[in-house]
Design a protein around this ligand. Structure first.
Ligand SMILES: [Zn+2]
Length: 531
């Protein structure tokens, strides 16, 4: 993501200005409470009374347990407590920054999302079918939901009386699902989109001049539909988006069907590669679809399909060639492009904001306005690089955000060097000089989308490159994507990959450049060959 202001630093006597990221942090309200509580709800404690008549407790599944009633005669209490599996009632994956998000013990495999969207009324009526399986015994399904009203819910055909509390939609079951059991939950819901301003600190769906757009990082999806809204649980997605006739509706994946009715049109999109919920894109408005054929990079063929507001189709032309060039450049460095398709979505969204929505990055037409200067080069390269770093490999927790933003920032520096807009050494030095005194460590930044995550992350990568050398560094990046493709991984996972590739211990390096609460040193290590 980019939600930044773009300062300009003038080179020493050169006319070329170099765009330096000065990330917004003060207004970023995306950070959750620092004192996260892992809300794994225990099963209700039932008391069994053993022969000693001393009450003990056991975690028991309510639907299968035997509860012994104490009597006044201890000698009658020879009952052996029934052995039953403990049930897990998790409503959180334990993300420190966002303690309500996700639920352990659930593996969602597919979301089938049907939305009737009326941009004029800003209303959304939806039904989502969530299919998955359980990974622990449970008698409760918990999804994230922050705002929409739930009209009805079913699990495997049985109607459920739902509970909505603390950003959670709770579906109590009348039985215990065992690990590996499949389930299908169908939830009908409705919500409305605030009239504006179009983009504030929260993620979700926003109103544009004549439609809607979304940015869902980190927790926006749960503001408009129920989901296991955490990047540790990726799934495939289907979207059936019904909008007034004359409007187009866009989501991730392939456009597989268009169903025209009298007053409405339904746009059907299939995202058949696993996707974290925060990478979902929704657009409604007057859009054109631009097919730019295919590109073969690193032996893989990638479809290039773009989406642009009808009035701004000409602006897109300027970016078709550079997108192909960037695709080739990054695939050579990072390994094969991780998905079947890529595209640019040029929307009437917030200027200064761009988002790496999976397979179809979101930009504002105010930024991609048909010119191709440093800002456009930065945005285009940054969001494309995220397809490897953030989308193919997503963060295990939101504290690991530098694995997204630091990597995409470093990729944009590599691109600037490639096209002669700057040099990597210069960009790396400017990034180091720009680092703020506070907000560290990199592995647990104060601001999710601040300079620490972006420039601090890029600085750590450049320092790592000095220590392990170019070959091990880029092999580390390629191995990182290959090993964790379609999954999520942590800062410790990245250290392990780098250590395996390089063949040495990097504890000291990570302690200084990633985990130090005072931030990194003020100069880079000497390159490996000079040490
Ligand atoms: Zn980004």
């Amino acid at each position: 993501m980019q939600r930044d202001s773009f300062g300009t630093v003038r080179g020493s006597g050169r006319t070329l200005s170099v765009v330096v990221l000065t990330a917004i942090s003060a207004s970023c309200a995306a950070d959750g409470p620092e004192n996260a509580v892992v809300a794994t709800v225990p099963a209700p404690v039932e008391t069994t009374v053993p022969a000693s008549a001393t009450p003990t407790t056991s975690m028991a599944a309510p639907s299968t347990t035997t509860t012994t009633t104490a009597t006044t005669t201890a000698t009658t209490m020879a009952t052996t407590p029934t052995t039953v599996p403990a049930v897990e009632r998790s409503t959180s994956v334990g993300d420190r920054r966002y303690p309500t998000l996700g639920a352990t013990g659930l593996d969602i495999e597919h979301y089938d999302v049907e939305l009737e969207i009326d941009p004029a009324r800003r209303s959304i009526d939806g039904v989502v079918e969530i299919s998955g399986r359980t990974e622990a015994p449970t008698d409760l399904l918990a999804f994230d939901l922050d705002g929409p009203d739930v009209d009805s819910a079913e699990v495997d055909g049985a109607s459920i009386d739902v509970l909505v509390e603390d950003r959670e939609l709770l579906l109590p079951l009348d039985r215990v699902l065992a690990p590996g059991d499949e389930f299908t939950a169908v939830i009908e819901f409705g919500t409305s989109v605030d009239p504006g301003p179009s983009f504030g600190p929260d993620a979700g769906i926003f109103v544009s001049a004549d439609g809607l757009w979304s940015v869902n990082e980190p927790d926006g999806v749960s503001t408009w539909m129920p989901a296991n809204d955490h990047p540790t649980d990726k799934a495939t997605w289907s979207f059936r988006l019904t909008v007034p006739a004359g409007d187009e509706a866009v989501a991730n994946g392939a456009l597989v069907d268009i169903v025209a009715d009298d007053d409405t049109t339904t746009w059907v999109w299939e995202q058949d590669e696993p996707m974290a919920s925060y990478l979902t894109l929704l657009l409604v408005g007057d859009y054109d679809f631009v097919d730019d054929g295919e590109i073969t990079v690193a032996g893989d063929t990638v479809e290039l399909r773009h989406v642009v507001l009808s009035d701004d189709v000409d602006a897109l032309d300027r970016y078709l060639g550079v997108t192909r060039d960037q695709m080739r450049f990054f695939a050579e460095l990072f390994g094969p492009y991780p998905f079947d398709r890529y595209g640019l979505a040029l929307a009437d969204s917030q200027s200064g904001l761009a988002m790496e929505t999976q397979g179809l990055s979101l930009f504002s037409v105010d930024d991609l306005d048909g010119t191709l200067g440093p800002l456009q080069q930065l945005l285009l390269s940054h969001e494309l690089a995220h397809q490897w770093f953030g989308n193919a490999v997503s963060p295990s927790t939101w504290d690991d955000i530098w694995l997204n933003e630091g990597f995409a920032t470093y990729a944009q520096m590599l691109w600037f060097d490639e096209i002669g807009l700057s040099t990597l050494d210069r960009e790396a030095e400017l990034a180091l000089l720009s680092l703020p005194p506070d907000g560290w460590p990199l592995s647990q930044p104060t601001d999710l989308f601040g300079s620490v995550s972006y420039n601090g992350g890029a600085v750590a990568l450049h320092a790592l490159r000095q220590v392990i050398g170019d070959d091990a560094f880029f092999l580390t990046l390629r191995t990182w994507v290959a090993e964790h493709l379609d999954g999520s991984a942590s800062t410790d996972d990245f250290q392990r990959v780098a250590e395996q590739v390089w063949g040495g211990d990097l504890d000291d390096f990570f302690a200084v450049w990633v985990h130090d609460p005072d931030g990194p040193p003020d100069r880079y290590p000497l390159p490996a060959e000079d040490q």
